[in-house]
Design a protein around this ligand. Structure first.
Ligand code: HXC
Length: 257
C-alpha cells in the first residue's frame, strides 16, 4: 500500500513506521491514523518482522490529534467517524511495538506512546496531555493508561494542569525505558528493537499478552492468563531448542514454531 502521511521501511527484522506530517508537528489527522494502524497491522502479519518501531522526527513524535481537522467536529461526528475508536486498533498488535520519541509527544501523541509496549526517548523528548488547554480531555486512553503508569497525582496534574514531563522525568516515572542522544536516536531504537526481534517469537507474543493482562485484570485473573500462556510454550520447538542450547552452551536458533 502507498502511504501519504507516513513512511515505512524494514531494517533487518524491525519494521519502522515514521509519522511524516512535519508541517503539522506530526498531528494525527484521519488519514495518518488510518495509515499508521494499517502499517502496524501489515508488519504484525509479516513473518520477517519481529518487532515494530513507531517514530516521528527529531522535533516531534506527534503533537496530538489534528486540531484544525477536529475543531468544527460535532458530537455525532466524533462518535461515528473513525477518529476515536480507531485508536483501539493498536491493542490488536501482537508483536512488540516500540515508540522512538524525540521532541513533542503531546495529547494523542502521548497517548500513542502510552499504548506502545516500550519507549526509547531522545534527550529532547517531552510528554504531555495538553487537551485541557483547548477545552477537552484525552480521548485515546490517556486518562487511564497514564494513571496506571505514573500514578494518580501526577496523572491528574498532567491532565488537569498541562504538566509536561522531560525525558528524564519520564524515565523517573516509568513512562520510558531508556534515554538516548537526539542524534542517532532512531538507530539506537532500532538496535534495541533488533535485540527484541531476535528473541523466541512465540514466547515474546505470549509475554506481551501476559504483561498486558496485568493492566486489565485482577491478580487472580492475571496469574491465570500467565499460566495459560506459560504451559503451551512447552509444546513449541523453540522451548526445546532454547533449553538445549543453554545446556550445550551455544546460542539458540529460534524457528518460531
Ligand atoms: C494541528 C498542529 C498541531 C495539532 C502543531 N500544529 N500541533 N496542527 N493540530 N495538534 C501545527 C501548528 O498549527 C503550526 O502550523 C505547525 O504545526 C508548527 O507548530 P507551532 O505551534 O508553530 O510550533 P511550536 O511553536 O514549536 O510549538 C510546538 C507545539 C505546539 C508545542 C507542539 O504546536 C502545540 O502546542 N501544539 C498543540 C498541542 C496540543 O494541544 N495537542 C493536543 C491535541 S488534542 P502553522 O500552519 O500554523 O504553521 C488531542 C486529543 C486526542 O490530541 C484525542 C484522540 C481521540
Amino acid at each position: 500500500m502507498t502511504y501519504t502521511t507516513i513512511l515505512t521501511e524494514t531494517r533487518g527484522r524491525v519494521g519502522i513506521a515514521q509519522l511524516n506530517r512535519p508541517q503539522a508537528m506530526n498531528a494525527f489527522n484521519l488519514a495518518m491514523l488510518g495509515e499508521v494502524f494499517d502499517a502496524l497491522e501489515t508488519f504484525d502479519k509479516d513473518e520477517h518482522v519481529g518487532a515494530i518501531i513507531v517514530t516521528g522526527n527529531e522535533k516531534a513524535f506527534a503533537a496530538g490529534a489534528d486540531i484544525k481537522e477536529m475543531s468544527e467536529a460535532s458530537y455525532i461526528q466524533m462518535v461515528t467517524e473513525e477518529r476515536v475508536e480507531v485508536w483501539n486498533r493498536i491493542r490488536g498488535i501482537r508483536k512488540p511495538v516500540i515508540a522512538a520519541v524525540s521532541g513533542w509527544a503531546l495529547g494523542g501523541g502521548c497517548e500513542f506512546v502510552l499504548s506502545c509496549d516500550m519507549v526509547v526517548a531522545s534527550e529532547s523528548a517531552r510528554f504531555g496531555q495538553p487537551e485541557i488547554t483547548i477545552g477537552i480531555i484525552p480521548g485515546a486512553g490517556g486518562t487511564q493508561r497514564l494513571a496506571r503508569l505514573v500514578g494518580k497525582h501526577l496523572a491528574m496534574e498532567m491532565v488537569i494542569n498541562n504538566r509536561t514531563l522531560t525525558a528524564q522525568e519520564a524515565l523517573q516515572f516509568g513512562l520510558v525505558n531508556r534515554i538516548v542522544a537526539v542524534e542517532g536516536y532512531l538507530d539506537a531504537a532500532v538496535a534495541f528493537a533488533e535485540e527484541i526481534a531476535s528473541r523466541a517469537p512465540i514466547a515474546v507474543r505470549m509475554a506481551k499478552d501476559a504483561v498486558n493482562a496485568a493492566f486489565e485484570t485482577t491478580l487472580t485473573e492475571g496469574l491465570a492468563v500467565e499460566k495459560r500462556n506459560f504451559y503451551p510454550l512447552f509444546a513449541t520447538e523453540d522451548q526445546k531448542e532454547g533449553m538445549k542450547a543453554f545446556i550445550e552452551k551455544r546460542k539458540p536458533n529460534w524457528k518460531g514454531k
